[in-house]
Design a protein around this ligand. Structure first.
Ligand SMILES: [Ca+2]
Length: 538
């Protein structure tokens, strides 16, 4: 929320600066003023947007929020929506077929390069339009320093990406059964050693109190070797959200999956597994949902989840007869090298671009600017239509109406809002306020625990690193290199964990990854990272 305050101040300053420029300049400033767009437009205009469709309702069905946005802007929106699972494939075909059928604005299909599309003239550079009609967008560059490099390629800005202001709220974390701790007279673990002690007690004793001391799974994780890398944060490893490409203290890019700290971490994880603390099914469960099934059967002592999962899981446990079920979210454990947690980044990797088929890019940018950073736009995209889906009190506090919180078909509040058109269609800023209001259905204890873990985790939380796009040359340089590198990494780290490959083979594993061309990939990652920290001038 602090970001937002700064953002709004910057917005005002930028708006003032633009106004002064306009007032002082001559003919050039006059031309700029002509292109400056204010909503509602005096005469109606049209914009066509290609985007993944909503899951609850289709944007093509004239959803209430978008009717309101059309009314406020006098811009008629034509939707070119595609089911999310097909979006990338369909859009790739359309782009290959030529630009003359493309929508004015589209979500850049994942896997297509902004650099390539820009070089081919399929998407247009946005910086001059942002200069004229993007005061809010520019303010976001100040508030989120990694945003501009992420959305730039070849010296141009090409995309406007969603932002997550609530990234630090209720972060993904370790959780533990507080009622199991209480039954065994243990305190919540704070260090990796504490965790080993507590989980060993869960394994050896009747922690769930059903009379059988051998039916407890001390720690479970859902379905892939990736999940267990969350523990790696305590070894100062950035494997979980960042994927292992991370700079060392000198800014030199490393592949942490082959580092000495990774060797120590996997030696520990193997011990953790051999000691019977890790669910032997952790790699074969198939999905996190399967793990949750074990959790609600009162079999699992600790696991990882979003704190927002806790109320549902506790309710299911209680329904299964565990009346005192209490799942406590915890701050990241202190390890030998770090106390740290990588959270989902506050920047969305996929952005909206303007195509060369758009005959009014000023309007396209102005529309995104309106929804992106203005208070009105943020309220619309997060809360819907005032007086209908939400109310805002004089002191600025939000509350959802019954339509949102009490859906007759049992939809969750998020689902109802999505059905109105919220957080769909164009880039938006995911608001912390909305997430906080969403928690109003939690019990007092659940809410207190979640806010407490949010506050106490904040000093240890770092955002997953997202690198700016590769250039054409970079893509070419590593095409064909390390194609199945991650497949190999997951296979081997899984084997090291369960002991089907001895840790004695670590050096061979590292050498194989070198042979696969990791150094060439690191050269490219280094250049990308250098662009991220260099902060190109406005
Ligand atoms: Ca038991």
């Amino acid at each position: 929320m602090k970001n937002l305050v700064i953002t709004r101040m910057v917005t005002v300053l930028l708006a003032t600066a633009l106004l002064l420029t306009t007032m002082m300049g001559g003919a050039f400033a006059q031309a700029q003023q002509d292109a400056t767009i204010t909503f509602p437009l005096e005469s109606p205009a049209e914009i066509r947007i290609a985007a993944p469709d909503g899951m609850v309702a289709s944007l093509a069905d004239n959803l209430p929020l978008w009717q309101e946005i059309e009314r406020l802007t006098n811009v008629k929106i034509t939707w070119d929506v595609i089911a999310p699972v097909q979006y990338v494939e369909v859009m790739k075909l359309r782009i290959a077929a030529g630009t003359n059928q493309l929508a004015d604005i589209m979500l850049l299909p994942n896997g297509l390069s902004m650099t390539d599309l820009g070089a081919q003239g399929i998407i247009v550079p946005l910086e001059t339009y942002i200069e004229r009609n993007g005061a809010n967008i520019k303010a976001m560059y100040e508030a989120y320093p990694a945003l501009k490099p992420l959305t730039s390629a070849g010296g141009h800005i090409y995309s406007i990406n969603a932002l997550n202001e609530s990234a630090y709220l209720a972060p993904y974390c370790f959780v533990i059964r507080k009622d199991w701790l209480d039954r065994l007279n243990l305190s919540a673990p704070e260090t990796i050693e504490d965790w080993m002690t507590v989980l060993t007690a869960f394994k050896d004793q009747d922690a769930n109190g059903n009379g059988d001391p051998s039916d407890e799974i001390p720690f479970s994780a859902g379905g892939h070797a990736w999940y267990t890398t969350f523990w790696g944060n305590a070894w100062d490893l950035h494997l979980f959200q960042t994927g292992g490409y991370y700079p060392d203290e000198n800014g030199s890019m490393q592949f942490e999956f082959i580092s000495e700290k990774a060797r120590e971490f996997y030696t520990w994880l193997n011990q953790f597994y051999t000691d019977g603390l890790l669910d032997p099914e952790f790699m074969t469960l198939g999905s996190e949902d399967k793990m949750f099934e074990k959790v609600v059967l009162d079999q699992v002592g600790a696991f990882m989840c979003y704190p927002s999962n806790i109320p549902t899981l506790e309710a299911a446990l209680i329904a299964n007869g565990v009346e005192d079920a209490y799942i406590l979210p915890l701050v990241p454990p202190k390890g030998r090298y770090a106390q740290m947690t990588e959270i989902v980044g506050d920047l969305s990797v996929d952005g909206f671009v303007v195509t060369s088929n758009c005959d009014n890019p000023d309007l396209a940018v102005a529309l995104m600017n309106f929804l992106y950073g203005s208070q009105q736009g943020e309220d619309l995209m997060n809360f819907g239509v005032e007086g209908w889906t939400y109310n805002k009190a004089a002191d600025g506090t939000y509350s959802f109406t019954d339509i949102v919180t009490n859906d007759p078909n049992g939809l969750s509040a998020s689902e109802v809002l999505e059905g109105f058109g919220c957080q769909l269609g164009l880039p938006y800023v995911k608001s912390s306020e909305r997430e906080e209001v969403m928690m109003s259905g939690y019990s007092e204890r659940q809410l207190a625990d979640i806010l407490d873990v949010t506050d106490r985790t904040r000093p240890f939380a770092i955002s997953g690193l997202i690198l700016p796009p590769q250039t054409e040359e970079e893509t070419e340089a590593i095409s064909g290199v390390g194609g199945d590198l991650m497949t190999y990494v997951w296979e081997m780290t899984g084997r090291f964990t369960i002991g089907s490959e001895s840790m004695d083979q670590w050096d061979t594993y590292v050498q194989t990854i070198k042979d696969m061309g990791i150094d060439e990939i690191l050269k490219v990652r280094q250049a990308q990272y250098d662009r991220l920290v260099a902060q190109p001038a406005q």
